[in-house]
Design a protein around this ligand. Structure first.
Ligand code: CMC
Length: 389
């Protein structure tokens, strides 16, 4: 009621208070529950960081072990849910497969849908953490025509995901610790980012008291877009195009600056960071190391680095405060790990899951929460009469 403020894209509107993630976009600072991202990247694991985001504090070793064990116990998908994967076209993008399967979880696990029952919320938290990587790996396997393996609960979440994505039933799968560590780091960097498009979507859907599976399925759909999580796939496609056409990075930059055909430098710019994205700094620092280990495509990395170098020295990018974001280098690493481009945004979703869960839970417990219902400024016709015929 009263004055309606016009704020397209919510540039200046805080829709919630939150105690989870702190960002200072001008200073390039990101902290989860007070801990700087650089420290978590160095010392923590994805599982521990997930616990931190969801429950508010770092776990004791016993708490971490119990969280880990609970997740391991819930990795199996209902056999009927597995049938879903055969219902999509072979060339389906795994993101809509992921959002559909997560939405379907609320039909298979009807005993954990009440957003206000602590035990049920706990159960759906653990179910989602355990099953999302399995669903993701199955979407991948289906798309390449390989059989879906059963999870092996002697492995943790990230290890299991690697095995389910790359293992075959006919031979034992040997985990590569370097690969597991690299993926674990990337998942930590994606784990939360306060009120971004997908998280705001999770909150908006959840504000109607929709269950956690339904809310997070909507978040996955929001993440799919190329301006959000889809950017990591778009960056690789952009680098490939530049490589295959033999275009000089300088010429590509001219196209971007002239806004030719709406071409953007994908992986650059951010709504909040007007200084270097601290996550991109960590990824860039490790990209060389990881790519050297995994045998990544140096030529694409070279193109990426040349584009970055040019952009950072160019008035167009300087004036607009456009810096590389987390997605600029991640695709090259995912590719070197053996994931096809279509899986990149799925990996982002696995990483972002604990953040979505934490934000949804925080909202459900917050007495200030009201159903999300933005206002509008009507620009249509004034009243007119239906013609008499
Ligand atoms: N390449 C070229 N120009 C750009 C870019 C870019 N990547 N990003 C922004 N600009 C320009 C934009 O055209 C505008 O110029 P002008 O003032 O002349 O109209 C100006 O910079 C401000 O940009 P904006 O689009 O108004 O900024 P925004 O805050 O609405 O959008 C963004 C943020 C991330 C959507 C945008 O920077 C973008 O489209 N980047 C490319 C896609 C991308 O990498 N997305 C991943 C974001 S990080 C991961 C995640 O959390 O999802």
């Amino acid at each position: 009621t009263g004055t309606v403020t016009f704020d397209p894209g919510f540039m200046n509107t805080a829709a919630t208070t939150s105690a989870i993630t702190y960002i200072d976009g001008d200073a390039g600072i990101l902290r989860y529950r007070g801990y700087p991202i650089e420290q978590l990247a160095k010392h923590s694991s994805f599982l521990e960081t997930s616990y931190l985001l969801i429950y508010g504090n770092l776990p004791t070793p016993a708490e971490l072990d119990s969280f880990d064990q609970r997740i391991r116990r819930h990795t199996l998908l209902h056999e009927d849910l597995k049938g879903f994967f055969g219902g999509f076209p072979r060339d389906a993008h795994p993101m809509p497969v992921l959002s559909s399967a997560v939405s379907a979880l609320s039909t298979f696990y009807q005993d954990s849908l009440d957003p206000f029952d602590e035990e049920q919320v706990e159960l759906s938290t653990v179910r989602l953490m355990a099953k999302l990587p399995v669903i993701a790996a199955y979407a991948h396997k289906k798309s390449i025509g390989q059989p879906m393996l059963y999870p092996d609960n002697s492995m943790n979440l990230v290890e299991n995901f690697m095995r389910l994505s790359f293992g075959l039933p006919a031979e034992p799968y040997e985990l590569d610790p370097k690969l597991v560590k690299a993926l674990d780091l990337l998942l930590i960097l994606h784990a939360d980012h306060e009120q971004n498009c997908s998280t705001s979507t999770v909150r908006l859907v959840g504000s109607s008291n929709a269950n956690m599976f339904a809310s997070i399925s909507a978040g996955i759909s929001a993440l799919f877009g190329p301006l959000h999580g889809g950017a990591n796939e778009a960056v690789l496609n952009m680098l490939r195009d530049i490589q295959s056409t033999g275009m000089a990075p300088e010429d590509f930059m001219e196209k971007v600056k002239n806004k030719e055909d709406g071409v953007k430098l994908m992986g650059f710019g951010h709504r909040v960071y007007k200084n270097y994205d601290p996550r991109a700094k960590i990824v860039k620092a490790t990209a060389h190391e990881i790519l050297a280990d995994l045998g990544g495509n140096d030529e694409l990395l070279d193109i990426a680095m040349r584009l970055e170098e040019k952009a950072l020295a160019d008035d167009y990018f300087i004036e607009r405060k456009l810096y590389p974001n987390v997605d600029f280098y991640t695709g090259l690493i995912y590719k070197a790990m053996g994931f096809p481009e279509k899986m990149f945004t799925v990996l982002f979703a696995i990483g972002r899951l604990p953040g979505w869960i934490a934000q949804w839970r925080e909202m459900m417990q917050d007495p200030q929460t009201k159903i999300g219902r933005p206002r509008q400024l009507y620009t249509g016709l004034p009243e007119r009469n239906y013609p008499e015929r």
